[in-house]
Design a protein around this ligand. Structure first.
Ligand code: SF4
Length: 417
């Protein structure tokens, strides 16, 4: 377990603030030069040599989280390129969840499991979807992130109608929608191929796909958690088809559902292999399970803040072919998300109007953050806030922060654990 003083000190050293990058380099040089147990891995990262499964397991097993973070921080800077080492991206977006009715009963899901959580089922009409979207558009959102349950009442015609109507009313808004799980369900419901389902939705306005529904690819964990949907080969195949059809997608991994570190490393390596083949993933998002409204808490170990930061760091190091790693503030909370910037994350997700899925399971984070708040969280950590669109076109580069985070601020960050 890392002591407060050590993490405080490491966060201070790794925070990328003007005039202190030499200290960051010194930290890495110490790992490289001394007989540090991770020096060979650090050397591979500096030389841009691909890490192995064994390397991933050693990173997870290391009790030197400061070193793991330092190596991931170097990989992040290397990937960002000159002049962008301190950039942290965010976007101005909203979430829409047109239905929470679902034919599946994944045990970790409170959102679409009314029997356990006490939620009531709902299904929005196309007009209601437009009404909700309109609220976000008035606030200036540039992206709609839309996912929902697997509901036979919402067939592919419904989603074509939703996407077309959104595009007609709000042509400037990017529609990032439909997980691989929903694509699989719609294709099976209609008796059509995954490719045909995707082609129809793209032609209706689908701009890109989120990364949800991957959960953990390991079959034994899925069986324990009653995950019957979209096994790994299907999830990866659907993303591969989407990439072939010319749209970008994201990828996720859900932790805290009784998985082992081996399961996590293998999950990341399957994503890396798929990215080698199809190349269309733009961002990886480590996710944490929330348990309220589920009955799994006695069977699982809740990830600690250090576990979550390690997921960020190890994914940055193993996923050498992914440009972006996200610190999803909705799940991590503001303070751990800020720390994650020093562990390899370079994206904070978006402003998010009305997040429902994680909050149905007990997340206490706000339902949305103002753009100004996100910019403050990034810049007060010593990073440069960069507003992006969904596919990482840069819309606005914020002020380069001039101040060093105070010791009090860093203590507060560590206190978030
Ligand atoms: S996780 Fe997805 S597929 Fe599983 S019950 Fe929830 S909404 Fe349905």
């Amino acid at each position: 377990m890392l002591g407060l003083a050590a993490l405080n000190s490491s966060a201070e050293r790794r925070t990328a603030i003007p005039g202190r990058s030499a200290t960051v380099s010194e930290n890495l040089n110490n790992i490289l030069a001394n007989s540090h147990p991770l020096s060979d891995i650090a050397r591979k990262v500096v030389d841009q040599t691909r890490l192995t499964r064994e390397d991933g397991l050693r990173l997870y097993a290391s009790d030197d989280i400061e070193a793991v973070g330092t190596i991931a921080d170097h990989a992040r800077r290397q990937k960002a390129g000159t002049g962008k080492e301190r950039w942290v991206y965010y976007n101005h977006n909203m979430h829409l969840n047109p239905t929470n009715f679902c034919v599946e009963t994944c045990r970790f899901c409170s959102y679409a499991n009314p029997g356990l959580s006490g939620n009531t089922s709902y299904t929005w009409t196309v007009d209601r979807v437009l009404e909700e979207a309109g609220k976000g558009v008035k606030l200036g959102i540039k992206e709609i992130h839309m996912v929902g349950g697997l509901n036979p009442a919402c067939d592919i015609n419904y989603y074509e109608d939703v996407l077309r109507s959104l595009k007609r009313e709000f042509p400037h808004v990017h529609l990032k929608a439909m997980t691989a799980v929903e694509i699989e369900y719609l294709a099976n419901l209609e008796g059509i191929s995954y490719q045909e389902a995707l082609e129809r939705l793209i032609s209706a306005g689908l701009g890109s796909m989120p990364g949800g529904g991957a959960e953990i690819f390991d079959e034994a964990v899925r069986e324990r958690m009653a995950v019957k949907k979209t096994p790994a080969p299907v999830w990866l195949e659907i993303h591969g088809i989407a990439h072939k059809l010319g749209i970008h997608t994201n990828a996720t991994m859900l932790t805290g559902i009784s998985e082992t570190v081996e399961n996590k490393v293998d999950h990341l390596l399957l994503l890396r292999d798929q990215q080698d083949k199809s190349g269309g993933f733009q961002c990886f998002i480590p996710l944490k399970c929330y348990y309220e409204g589920t009955n799994i808490q006695s069977e699982v170990t809740e990830p600690t803040a250090e576990d979550l930061l390690k997921d960020v760091a190890v994914s940055r190091l193993l996923l050498d072919n992914f440009d972006h790693i996200k610190a999803y503030w909705i799940q991590l909370g503001e303070k751990i998300a800020q720390m994650a910037f020093s562990f390899g994350a370079d994206d904070m997700d978006g402003t998010i109007l009305e997040e429902k899925i994680t909050h149905a399971a007990g997340a206490k984070t706000p339902l949305q953050l103002a753009k100004e708040r996100i910019e403050f969280l990034i810049s007060s950590s010593g990073y440069v806030p960069v507003e992006r669109d969904t596919v990482y076109n840069v819309l606005n580069v914020g002020e380069c922060p001039r101040t060093t985070p105070s010791t009090e601020h860093l203590k507060e960050l560590v206190g978030a654990r």
